[in-house]
Design a protein around this ligand. Structure first.
Ligand code: FEO
Ligand code: CA
Ligand code: CA
Length: 730
C-alpha cells in the first residue's frame, strides 16, 4: 500500500495511515537498567565446516562480520552470498539490479490469461479483467509443477505464480480517468475485477521464464468471487447477509497484501485495508446496537463514511448494493441487507493454486484484522504448526495461530489440499503478542474461555466466533503491545526465528515509546517537510521458547532499525547503516530457502526525496547477538534489545525500483537461480489532467523498459536472473 499520500480514499485518508486503536493498553512504561548480558552466537558445526569448504572470500567475509553465515551451502565453491556490488540509491525511473544480473518484466497489469483474451492496449479502454492480470501486484508465491502438470515442490522449469492484486492505480484504468460522483457500472466492474489474486503458469526455456497465456491453470479470484467462510465464524450471526442468510459464504477477497505458503501447497492471502471500500451512511449508529457500533468503530468504519471508490453508487444491483453496509432492512438478523457485510472481509484466505474448482476459504480461526503475510513455523512431525501474522495499522498488534492438529508429514503432498487446510487451519488457538521491556515476550490467548476476554467491559463477546471476528477488541482486552504498524513476517529457515517488519508509525511519540517500539524522532524530507514519529521503521524478531511453535513465551530483539545514512547515530541510525544499506519503511519480507537470504522490501514515503523504494539482501544472525541500547526520544529514554549491527557483508542493497512505486512480493525457483519480485503502482502520483501527456506521468515503467503497448505505467512481476547462471544474491 502506497504511503505517498497521493491518492487518499474518498474520505481524504490514506488507508494505511488510519489508526483505530483507542484501547487503553499501556505501552511499556518502565525504563530498565542496562542489562549487560550478551549472548554470543554459537556457530554450528556445519557453519564451521562451511568456512573450510567454500570460497576464498568466505573466510574473509565471515571473519569480518561474524554471524552472517556468508558462505554458501550449495556446494558451489565460487559462491559468496552477498558478494554482489550494492546498488546505489536512485531516483531514476529504472529497475536497477547489480552488475552481472538481469531483470525482465514477465507479467504486468492487464496481461491476458486466456488464449481468447485480446492483447492489452494499455490505453484505458481494455475490459475483461476477469481474464487478465489484476492491478497493484503485491505478495507472491511460487508453486512448482512437474512436466505432467502435477504439484512438484522441486520443479525449477515449470510453476504457477500466485500473485496478490492489492488495489488499483485508478487513474490509468480508464481512458479518461475515473468518473467521479455516481460511478458507471462498467468502470466499477473493471475495478472490482482488477482486485484479488492471479494464478498464472510460467515455463522456463534457456534459463528464462515466460508466462503461458493459454494455460488451463490460469485463474483469477476477484473481489466478486464466491468465498466460503471456514472456522469458528462459519455460520455466525455476525456473518448473515442477504447473499448468505446462513452466514457461510461471502463474495471476494479484498485488498490482498502479504501472502503465505502452506506446507501442503496452497496460497494464503492476507486481506488488508478492506474496511475503506464500504460506505456507511450518516445516522447508522442509531439503528444498531451498542456492540455493533463499538466493533465498526474499532475496525475503522464510522457512520458517514463513503466507500473508497464509490462502488456502492453504480446501481441497485446486488453486486453494487453490497458495498453499502448501512442498516437498511427490516429484519432483525441482517438477512435482508448488508449491515454485516464488513464482517466477511479481513481474513487470511486460502486458495488452491493447482485446482480452479477448489473452494476458496476464509480461515476465520486466524482472526480478523488488517492482515499482511502469514508465515509458518518450520513444520515438525507430531507437533503443532504456528502461523505468524501482523495487523498493519498504527498501534496494532502481532498475532500467532497455533493449530489444534499436529503436523503429519504425509500432508506435504495431499490429494485434497483445501481439505488439508480444513484440518490444520479451522481449529486452534489464536494469540496476540506482548513484548516485555526485559526482552521476553508472552503470547496471550484470545479465547472465549479466557476470563479476561469474556469479561471485557468494552465489548461482551458472545462466543469464539465473535472473538475471532472482533480479534482486535479481544487483543485490546488482554493488553497486547501496540506496535509501529506490523507489516509482513517471515521465518528464518536456519534458526526458526520469526522476523516482523514494523514499517513506520507517525503517531509514535516520546510519551508512548516502549522497548519494542523505542524510537520517536523527526526527519526532514526535502528541504522543508518535517516528518515525526518512527519515520523509518524497524524489524523485530522473536525466538520461541524451546524452538516450540506452541510456546506461550519468547525472546525478542530489534534486528535492525531503518534509518538514513546521515540520521543521528545515537537516536535514529542505531544500527549504523551506511550508503550501501540504508533504508526506510521495511514492508515486504521473506527468506528464500535456497540461500537463507532475508529479503527486505520497502514501501517508503519518507526517504523518497533521495531514493526510490528498494530491496535489500540480508544474512541476519540470531536473537540476542547484539546488546542493550539506550534510546532517547525527547524527554523519554528506553533501553531495548538490538541485534548485532549489520555490515555490508550482512546487509546490502540488491535493487532499486523505478519512480513512484513500491517493491513488494518475492519468491524464487527452488534452485535459487530465478527470483521474482513485484513492482506496485509505478506512477501512482500521475493526474487525470496529464493523462494525454505521457511525459508528465511520474513513471513510464515498464514501457520505458520495452515492455508492452502504450506509455501508461503498470504494476508488474519482474524476473531476476544472474548472467553466469548462479544463484540470486551471490
Ligand atoms: Fe499492503 Fe500494509 O501494505
Ligand atoms: Ca505492504
Ligand atoms: Ca530525510
Amino acid at each position: 500500500m502506497s504511503k505517498n499520500n497521493y491518492l487518499p480514499d474518498a474520505n481524504g485518508v490514506d488507508p494505511d495511515d488510519i489508526g483505530h486503536n483507542e484501547s487503553s493498553n499501556p505501552s511499556i512504561q518502565e525504563i530498565l537498567n542496562a542489562r549487560l548480558s550478551r549472548r554470543s552466537l554459537l556457530r554450528g558445526a556445519s557453519g564451521a565446516a562451511g568456512l573450510a569448504l567454500f570460497s576464498p572470500f568466505g573466510l574473509a567475509g565471515c571473519a569480518g562480520s561474524g554471524d552472517g553465515g556468508e558462505s554458501s551451502s550449495s556446494g558451489n565453491s565460487s559462491e559468496q552470498l552477498l558478494g554482489f556490488t550494492p546498488v546505489a540509491k536512485s531516483l531514476a525511473d529504472v529497475f536497477t539490479v547489480p552488475v552481472g544480473y538481469t531483470a525482465s518484466v514477465i507479467y504486468a497489469c492487464g496481461d491476458p490469461l486466456t488464449a481468447a483474451t485480446a492483447a492489452y492496449k494499455n490505453d484505458g479502454t481494455d475490459t475483461d479483467f476477469d481474464n487478465r492480470s489484476g492491478d497493484c501486484h503485491d505478495g507472491m508465491e511460487y508453486f512448482g509443477l512437474s512436466a505432467a502438470g502435477t504439484p512438484d515442490v522441486s520443479a525449477n522449469d515449470r510453476a504457477l505464480l500466485a500473485i496478490n492484486h492489492e488495489y488499483i492505480t485508478q487513474v490509468f484504468l480508464h481512458a479518461n480517468g475515473p468518473t467521479s460522483g455516481t460511478r458507471p457500472a462498467a468502470e466499477v466492474d473493471k475495478e472490482v475485477a482488477a482486485h484479488g489474486v492471479s494464478v498464472v503458469e510460467i515455463r522456463k526455456s534457456a534459463g528464462r521464464f515466460a508466462t503461458v497465456q493459454s494455460s488451463s491453470f490460469n485463474r483469477r479470484v476477484t473481489a466478486l468471487s464466491e468465498v466460503q467462510i471456514a472456522g469458528p465464524a462459519a455460520g455466525h450471526a455476525l456473518l448473515k447477509t442477504k447473499y448468505s442468510t446462513n452466514g457461510t459464504k461471502t463474495r471476494g477477497t479484498l485488498n490482498n497484501c502479504g501472502t503465505g505458503k502452506t506446507p501442503w501447497g496452497t496460497l494464503l492471502t492476507g486481506e488488508e485495508n478492506w474496511a475503506g471500500y464500504f460506505k456507511r451512511a450518516a445516522g447508522d449508529d442509531a439503528k444498531r446496537d451498542a456492540k455493533s457500533v463499538t466493533a465498526l468503530k474499532r475496525y475503522g468504519r464510522s457512520q458517514g463514511s463513503s466507500g473508497r471508490y464509490g462502488w456502492d453508487t453504480a446501481g441497485t444491483a446486488d453486486q453494487y448494493a453490497r458495498w453499502d453496509i448501512s442498516l437498511t432492512g427490516s429484519s432483525t438478523d441482517g438477512t435482508d441487507d448488508y449491515r454485516n457485510e464488513l464482517n466477511g472481509q479481513g481474513y487470511i484466505t486460502e486458495i488452491d493454486p493447482y485446482d480452479k474448482t477448489a473452494a476458496v476459504k476464509k480461515r476465520t480461526a486466524m482472526g480478523r484484522f488488517n492482515h499482511e503475510g502469514a508465515a509458518f513455523s518450520r513444520p515438525v512431525a507430531g507437533k503443532a504448526l504456528a502461523v505468524y501474522m501482523g495487523d498493519d495499522a498504527q498501534n496494532e498488534y502481532v498475532y500467532k495461530f497455533v493449530s489444534a492438529t499436529n503436523w503429519d508429514a504425509a500432508d506435504a503432498s495431499p490429494s485434497n489440499r483445501i481439505a488439508t487446510g480444513d484440518k490444520y487451519l479451522n481449529s486452534g488457538k489464536l494469540y496476540v503478542a506482548k513484548f516485555n521491556a526485559d526482552g521476553s515476550g508472552n503470547w496471550l490467548e484470545l479465547s472465549i474461555t479466557n476470563s479476561t476476554v469474556s469479561g471485557y467491559a468494552t465489548y461482551a463477546f458472545a462466543d469464539q466466533g465473535d472473538v475471532v471476528i472482533n480479534a482486535r477488541l479481544a487483543a485490546d482486552a488482554v493488553g497486547a503491545t501496540k506496535m509501529d504498524r506490523p507489516e509482513w513476517c517471515a521465518t528464518n529457515p536456519k534458526t526458526g526465528e520469526v522476523y516482523f517488519t514494523m514499517t513506520n508509525n507517525s503517531s509514535r511519540t516520546a510519551a508512548t515509546v516502549d522497548a519494542a517500539n523505542p524510537r520517536s524522532y523527526s526527519d526532514t524530507k526535502g528541504t522543508a517537510t518535517t516528518q515525526s514519529g518512527n519515520v523509518h521503521g524497524h524489524i523485530i524478531r522473536i525466538a520461541e521458547t524451546g524452538d516450540d511453535a506452541a510456546a506461550t513465551t519468547f525472546k525478542w530483539d530489534v534486528y535492525v532499525f531503518g534509518a538514513e545514512e546521515t540520521s543521528p547515530t545515537a537516536t535514529v541510525n542505531l544500527s549504523g547503516l551506511g550508503k550501501d544499506n540504508d533504508f526506510s519503511s521495511p514492508d515486504g519480507l521473506a527468506f528464500t530457502s535456497s540461500t537463507g537470504i532475508c529479503w527486505i522490501q520497502t514501501d517508503d514515503g519518507a526517504y523518497t526525496d533521495v531514493t526510490n523504494c528498494m530491496m535489500l539482501a540480508a544474512l541476519p544472525g540470531k536473537v540476542g547477538d547484539g546488546g542493550d541500547v539506550s534510546v532517547t526520544s525527547g524527554t523519554s529514554t528506553v533501553t531495548t534489545k538490538m541485534g548485532k549491527k549489520p555490515t555490508t557483508d550482512t546487509l546490502k542493497r540488491f535493487l532499486v525500483g523505478p519512480f513512484d512505486q513500491e517493491i513488494t512480493g518475492v519468491c524464487e525457483s527452488p534452485d535459487g537461480k530465478v527470483l521474482f519480485v513485484n513492482v506496485q503502482h509505478p506512477g501512482e502520483g500521475s493526474t487525470v489532467a496529464n493523462l494525454s501527456d505521457p511525459t508528465k506521468y511520474t513513471s513510464q515503467w515498464p514501457s520505458n523498459a520495452g515492455y508492452g503497448a502504450g506509455k501508461r505505467p503498470r504494476s508488474a512481476t519482474v524476473m531476476i536472473t544472474k548472467n553466469d547462471g548462479g544463484r540470486i544474491g551471490s
